[in-house]
Ligand binder design. Structure first.
Ligand code: DIR
Ligand code: MN
Ligand code: MN
Length: 306
């Protein structure tokens, strides 16, 4: 498989600085080599440069770094569209605000193939705020609202060529939802699996059901992996840790099932803050998870058991 690594060193979408170092940490942790060892052809195109800044003023006084985020969204939408023409792009974040652009660009690319486009959001958070509802003003809390076409982004963010239908978005790992997000999600078609549903059913059951929906319509799937999806004791390098996340085994199982499905067209690795890491431990785990998604087996499994 042809894989493109695309650095997206955005950090102002998060509440604390450090995600800018994410792409470097993945490179130093050996992402390209890990994928090449699996037989893939890997090209690292380096880091994306944001579009020129334009002045914005939003009535919600909490919103910060809007102009920068919009500039990155423009550039990443283009990069995602361009680099996915003949390869699987892996976007090296950067905070989760990068996904406004990566998903918008992939939606445009997949629409051209005529296949339905789906998004799997692996995160402690739903990132479903609009510019009006965010109270922290941290725009990494808004990408899902943007790319699913919720109101309130027009006049600021680039117009979407193809919004992702709510029914095509699945979230797993959720355990921190703000009241405004909760209310909006209840009225939406988004599938939200919180940690309780992982505990009750097991992550494999939830993921298998979602993948079956993608498969049934011959869809393609973008995966967005936020470091805080993971249990903080195994992945401490993120500014927004929430206790009770996915375990090492659950996370690898998710990645292996995604590989087996052959439905994944693109991947975001987001929210890694190397400044908070313990000797590259979280970066290394994220590299291992990306490798699992691209075909590495943790357990020696003779067949494609799900
Ligand atoms: C919270 C935290 N919902 C906010 N969001 C995220 O600031 O809007 N943390 N994405 O990682
Ligand atoms: Mn997130
Ligand atoms: Mn998160």
């Amino acid at each position: 498989m042809d894989i493109r690594l695309i650095g997206a060193p955005l950090q102002i979408g998060a509440g604390q600085l450090g995600c800018e170092m994410g792409p470097s940490a993945y490179r130093i942790a050996g992402l390209a080599r890990a994928l090449e060892d699996l037989g893939h052809r890997v090209v690292d195109i380096g880091n994306v440069t944001p579009a020129p800044l334009r002045e914005f003023c939003h009535p919600n006084p909490a919103v910060h770094h809007l102009a920068e985020t919009v500039a990155w969204t423009e550039a990443l939408t283009e990069a995602a569209y361009r680099e996915s023409a003949a390869a699987v792009p892996i976007f090296l974040g950067g905070d989760h605000a990068i996904s406004a652009g990566t998903v918008a660009g992939m939606a445009r690319r997949v629409a051209e193939s005529g296949r339905p486009f789906f998004v799997l959001w692996l995160d402690a958070h739903t990132d479903y705020h609009t510019l009006e509802t965010t109270r922290s003003g941290n725009l990494h809390g808004t990408p899902v609202a943007y790319f699913s076409g919720r109101d309130g982004f027009a006049g600021y963010f680039p117009p979407l060529s193809h919004a992702v239908p709510e029914e095509n978005i699945g979230m797993i790992g959720i355990r921190s939802v703000d009241p405004a997000e909760r209310a909006a999600l209840e009225d939406s078609g988004i599938t939200v699996h919180d940690m309780r549903s992982i505990d009750e059913h097991g992550v494999a059951v939830l993921l298998r059901a979602f993948l079956a929906r993608v498969q049934a319509v011959n869809g393609l799937l973008h995966v967005s992996l936020d470091v805080d999806f993971l249990e903080p004791s195994i992945a401490p390098a993120v500014g927004t840790t929430v206790p009770g996340g996915a375990t090492f085994r659950e996370a690898h199982l998710v990645m292996e099932m995604l590989h087996d499905s052959e439905l994944v067209c693109s991947l975001d690795l987001v929210e890694l803050n190397p400044f908070l890491d313990e000797r590259g431990r979280t970066a290394t785990l994220m590299v291992d998870l990306a490798a699992s998604l691209m075909g590495k087996r943790v357990m020696d499994r003779p067949t494609r058991a799900g």
